[in-house]
Design a protein around this ligand. Structure first.
Ligand code: HSE
Length: 433
């Protein structure tokens, strides 16, 4: 039986999951493919550290990428190092050496996706990156292939497990943002520097990849407007819950009349919507197509074996292409055309405001006038707590363009009765029938 040799770049959480998957399921995969998959090289910085790892028995450990490139028998390079450098350079070099590449690297794909794909096609080899979004959830290939008959209208994802874990803990255990972050760090979900996750950058990279495929356009990380969850307090989570919502960090891509809009932001999600029940480190991507209507993809968004499941799906698919001589065809993320971006200032949403105001006669009418002056219709008002001589007001608006919300925030801030505009958060509508 033919053997396809694999070089694994990196042996961290995902790399060890890949080795474990090959060990556990090699016979099943060989029967499917009619060939064996074998890890021949593992690239690590300090090979000595790994020489007694049972999963790596018989594997050549090296710290030299050039050694791997010099071996003409390598069929597939699996890049699971993460980070941009040197992963990006290694990916291009492997493709230029006519080796197919599978990568889990959202940072690189979100910035250089189309360039990488074109390099792969020029070299008649594959590049695939299913694991770069949603960990073990099959989403990129289904979006590209299974939903190919659709004009995609919207993509709404919970694609960052760390923030979802934090927000779920705040909701279910009543803990503060900083305590929830600390637990996430202790459990290994959040990194010591959590900026990428909590500020929404990780979700923005994944949205850029989803949008490139779903909207068939060249979209990069820089095209996404990002807000993180740092300003969400326990009070917001508690009031959201009392009003029938869960707060989630959403990655939202929508097709508008004249362009697409791409945003990452925390939002109140109605408890009736399936995305509200995505808890802890799970991810989900809710896609609406003009033919299929709504579909949701749900599963583990990270972790060793779930992510390895997606990496290995790409390896198996690449191996099939190698076996039938069709590498370099049927690729995703090949669009180079830019499409217009819809101004986020015009984008309409319902919004939640939490206001701390003087508890004196006439305050509600002053506030109501500010909203009316900016053409904003109020859907719901709740006065929650009164303390000393202040009151806390929660206001939910009807759908309103972002620019009116920015203007009313300024007007509210200068009202004599206003102590603090404590938070403003978007509210998702559940408009499913
Ligand atoms: N930091 C990511 C998350 C890991 O929290 O979802 C997977 O990309």
């Amino acid at each position: 039986m033919k053997t396809i040799n694999i070089a694994l770049l990196g042996f961290g959480t995902v790399g060890s999951g890949v080795a474990e998957t090959i060990k556990r399921n090699s016979q099943m995969m060989a029967e499917q493919l009619g060939c064996q998959l074998k890890i021949t090289y593992v690239l690590v910085r300090h090979p000595d550290k790994y020489k007694n790892v049972p999963l790596l028995e018989g594997v050549h450990l090296t710290s030299s990428f050039e050694e791997i490139m010099a071996d003409p028998d390598i069929g597939i390079v699996v890049e699971v190092m993460g980070g941009i450098h040197p992963a990006k350079e290694y990916i291009f070099e492997a493709l230029n050496h006519k080796m197919s590449v599978v990568s889990a690297n959202k940072d690189v794909v979100a910035l250089f996706g189309p360039e990488i794909m074109h390099t792969a096609m020029e070299n008649h080899v594959n590049f695939s990156c299913e694991a770069s979004v949603g960990g073990g959830i099959p989403i990129l290939r289904p979006l590209h292939d299974s939903l190919a008959a659709n004009e995609i209208e919207s993509i709404v994802g919970i694609v960052n497990g760390t923030t979802n874990f934090i927000l779920s803990s705040m909701d279910e255990e009543g803990v503060s943002y900083s305590d929830a972050l600390r637990v996430a760090q202790k459990k290994g979900f959040a990194e010591a520097d959590p900026t990428n996750d909590v500020c929404g950058y990780d979700a923005a990279r994944k949205l850029a990849i989803l949008a490139s495929i779903g909207f068939r356009a060249n979209v990069t990380f820089d095209d996404v407007l990002v807000e993180g969850i740092e300003k969400i307090s326990q009070k917001d989570v508690q009031y959201a819950s009392e009003m029938g919502y869960a707060i989630k960090l959403l990655a939202v891509g929508t097709r508008q009349d004249n362009g697409i809009a791409l945003n990452v932001y925390p939002a109140f999600v109605p408890r009736t919507h399936p995305l509200a029940s995505v808890k802890g480190s799970y991810n989900a991507i809710y896609v609406t197509g003009n033919i299929v209507d709504d579909v949701m993809f749900y599963g583990r968004g990270a972790g060793s074996l779930p992510t390895a499941s997606a990496v290995m799906a790409d390896v198996i698919s690449t191996a099939k292409h190698i076996m039938n001589g069709s590498t370099g065809t049927g690729m995703m993320l090949t669009e180079t055309k830019r499409i217009p971006f819809y101004s986020s200032l015009k984008l309409k949403n319902s919004y939640y405001f939490r206001l701390i105001v003087d508890d004196v006669t006439g305050v509600l009418s002053q506030i109501a006038s500010a909203y009316a002056d900016h053409d904003i219709s109020i859907k719901e008002v709740v006065q929650k707590s009164r303390f000393e001589d202040a009151a806390e007001l929660m206001i939910i608006t009807q759908d309103t363009p972002r620019e009116n919300i920015i203007q009313v925030e300024k007007a509210l801030q200068v009202l004599p009765c206003m102590r603090q505009v404590a938070n403003i958060v978007r509210v998702m509508n559940d408009d499913r029938e």
